[in-house]
Design a binder for this molecule. Structure first.
Ligand SMILES: Cc1cc2nc3c(=O)[nH]c(=O)nc-3n(C[C@H](O)[C@H](O)[C@H](O)COP(=O)(O)OP(=O)(O)OC[C@H]3O[C@@H](n4cnc5c(N)ncnc54)[C@H](O)[C@@H]3O)c2cc1C
Ligand code: SF4
Length: 510
């Protein structure tokens, strides 16, 4: 059998028609390859929502490739290939190629698995640069090399200057690099008004078939699927972008950090899945937001706040992910050693904030940034959950989770397992923060302002317990030393009552 030229792999989060794979594709000599493999949902946990999203988006992308007459080798769940390794070796047994090509995966584990298969079959593999991102190959590495301590703010400014985004020559539009001070509003007692329901996408025939396949072949995944409403094609992704820019971007800044019971989306974009699967490029999302400002459709604080998330945080965490690669999963700067409480898998808890935030994840695979950082993440940090256990939960349960973005956010920003690479301090707070930013505490049996006694808010009790047990390290941090002083200003009786309540909670989680 004559050798073909390139076997081009397209992974589930690489649904990018502009990818380098297509540049010199020759249908006579090359093949495209995609695979649905069970280990990516079972050995490495993935919820129903996340699995259906990935597989449905893959099948939509494959349909388009077939319409465009690309020769495609596609393994479905029905083919029962357990891993990328197995699916790829089965293809290579059948056809021979000069070389495998694949854009850099979003997970170093997957990259290693594919590399291992290529080594074992003795075929060359070429890893192509991922052109989806704003920063070019090597750009972050060069920036990092010049710094003692990386900070997102300076990376973001460099990208804004070099790409001329929201800039007037070398000055930021509006004379400020950020408007964070304007962007921390809560909804007050009345709650959010003017909410416009985002465009939700009903399951089409392809998605319905995926749901049936997942139920047949992967029956034990966590979460619900009846509520599935995510964009799964390029067309739907563009519609979701337009809908956000027209209806919600203008309030994004003001209420970026606010939370409200049974309002999962508020003014957030819901675009992370489209971006992470590469149905949308960050450049086109940023351009659309910047245009809304130029056209007077959204104020600068909203547009800058939104662009900062994508141009700043998204590009920054990706750079850090690849800078530390496999090291991330070994990190545990705070020596956290507890198991993940069961409530993360079933939402069964009296703590209203956690109940609603986890329920939303089970229903939709979604929580906005502050729910992830200051409710589910904060509780795990205060409880002292092993970093790897909370990482596995985030990776499994959120529809937009891919290792390169989930790992630095969870292990770095949220759990401080990295000892200060992503951020300069752990994000710790008591229940008073959640009370200020949401209405959760109003219907909770606990009191956010109480640290001890039967009604004490577990967040508040555990916050002080955290300050106490990490006081040596916290007192060295200029921004947290005050919290240690506040702990020492409490009377011995008060300290003892808090410690006793914390010990009670560790034995009897509400
Ligand atoms: C513990 C934890 C885990 C997280 N895990 C993920 C994850 O697996 N996948 C993921 O895409 N984001 C993750 N984030 C970041 C952020 O919470 C989500 O990107 C955001 O909530 C997605 O919802 P949205 O599209 O409505 O975002 P919006 O609030 O509308 O923000 C706009 C876009 O900005 C980007 N963005 C915002 N914050 C971040 C950030 N910190 N890092 C990278 N990009 C950001 C996203 O692409 C997002 O779509 C995590 C944050 C925390 C604290
Ligand atoms: S009182 Fe505490 S546990 Fe209850 S909702 Fe508020 S922060 Fe959460």
């Amino acid at each position: 059998m004559p050798k073909l030229r390139y076997l081009n792999l397209i992974l589930g989060d690489q649904l990018d028609a502009e990818s380098l794979l297509f540049d010199d594709f020759d249908p006579q000599h090359d093949r495209l390859w995609m695979a649905e493999v069970s280990a990516e949902s079972t050995e490495y946990l993935s919820s129903k929502q996340r699995t259906v999203l990935f597989l449905s988006a893959m099948r939509h992308f494959a349909e388009q490739l077939k319409t465009d007459s690309y020769p495609l080798n596609y393994w479905t769940l029905k083919d029962k290939k357990s891993s990328f390794y197995n699916a790829l070796s089965a293809t290579l047994k059948h056809d021979s190629f000069e070389k495998i090509r694949c854009v850099l995966p979003g997970d170093v584990r997957v990259m290693n698995e594919i590399q291992q298969c290529a080594n074992d079959v003795d075929i060359e593999i070429e890893w192509l640069a991922d052109q989806h991102f704003i920063s070019h190959k090597g750009e972050f590495k060069a920036w990092l090399a010049d710094r003692k301590q990386p900070r997102m703010e300076f990376w973001y400014r460099q990208l804004r200057k070099s790409r001329q985004i929201l800039m007037e020559d070398d000055q930021p539009l509006g004379g400020q690099w950020n408007f964070d001070k304007d962007n921390r509003k809560s909804f007050g007692k009345k709650g959010p008004s003017k909410l416009s329901e985002p465009l939700l996408f009903e399951a089409d025939d392809i998605t319905k078939q995926v749901i049936t396949d997942v139920e047949n072949f992967l029956p034990d995944l966590y979460g619900d699927i009846e509520t599935f409403n995510w964009p799964v094609s390029r067309e739907q992704a563009l519609a979701a972008l337009k809908d956000f820019i027209q209806h919600r971007l203008k309030h994004f800044g003001d209420y970026q950090d606010a939370m409200w019971t049974d309002e999962p989306w508020l003014y957030h974009s819901r675009l992370s899945t489209c971006l992470n699967l590469k149905l949308l490029s960050p450049a086109e999302v940023i351009e659309a937001a910047e245009k809304a400002y130029i056209d007077n459709d959204a104020p600068l604080n909203a547009v800058e706040g939104f662009i900062r998330q994508i141009l700043g945080w998204r590009e920054y965490v990706r750079g850090l992910y690849w800078s530390y690669r496999e090291d991330w999963l070994q990190m545990n700067a705070l020596n956290a050693s507890r198991n993940l409480p069961a409530l993360y898998w079933n939402a069964e808890t009296e703590m209203t904030c956690l109940h609603h935030s986890v329920k939303q994840v089970l229903n939709h695979g979604y929580g906005h940034h502050i729910q992830r950082l200051m409710v589910t993440g904060l509780f795990a940090l205060l409880w002292g959950v092993k970093p790897k256990a909370i990482h596995e939960w985030y990776l499994a349960m959120y529809v937009d989770a891919v290792a390169w973005v989930e790992i630095p956010n969870t292990l770095g920003m949220s759990q401080y397992a990295d000892g200060g690479i992503v951020g300069s301090k752990p994000y710790i707070a008591s229940g008073a923060y959640i009370d200020r930013m949401s209405n959760y505490c109003k219907s909770c049996p606990f009191n956010p302002n109480q640290a001890s006694g039967d009604n004490a808010c577990p967040f508040t009790t555990l916050y002080w317990h955290f300050v106490d047990r990490h006081q040596d390290f916290l007192s060295k941090n200029p921004r947290l030393g005050m919290q240690v002083k506040n702990w020492h200003n409490k009377s011995q009786d008060e300290q003892q009552a808090i410690s006793q309540r914390a010990e009670y909670l560790f034995r009897n989680l509400p």
